[in-house]
Design a protein. Sequence first.
Length: 80
Amino acid sequence: MQLGTRWAAGAEPPARLSPEFVAQVRAIEADLPPNEEGVAQWTLTWLEGRPVAELDTGVIVSVDHAGAVVVHHDDEDEFG
C-alpha cells in the first residue's frame, strides 16, 4: 500500500484520479450534511496501483480488479 494524500470534502481531489472516481467522490459529498463539507477529510491510498479513498465518515471509494469504481462503508464486508 502506498499513502497518497488527504483533502477536505468539497475541495478539489487529486488530479491523478479518474473522472469516474471523482464523480463518485462528488456524489458522496453531495449527500453530506452541510456542517461536514470542508470538515470531513478524505484519505487517499493506493493498493496494488488502484486508488482507495476513505472519508472520515467511513465511506470508501475504490477501484476493483475489473477497473470498476465501487462504493462501500468500512463496516460492510466488501467480499460479500
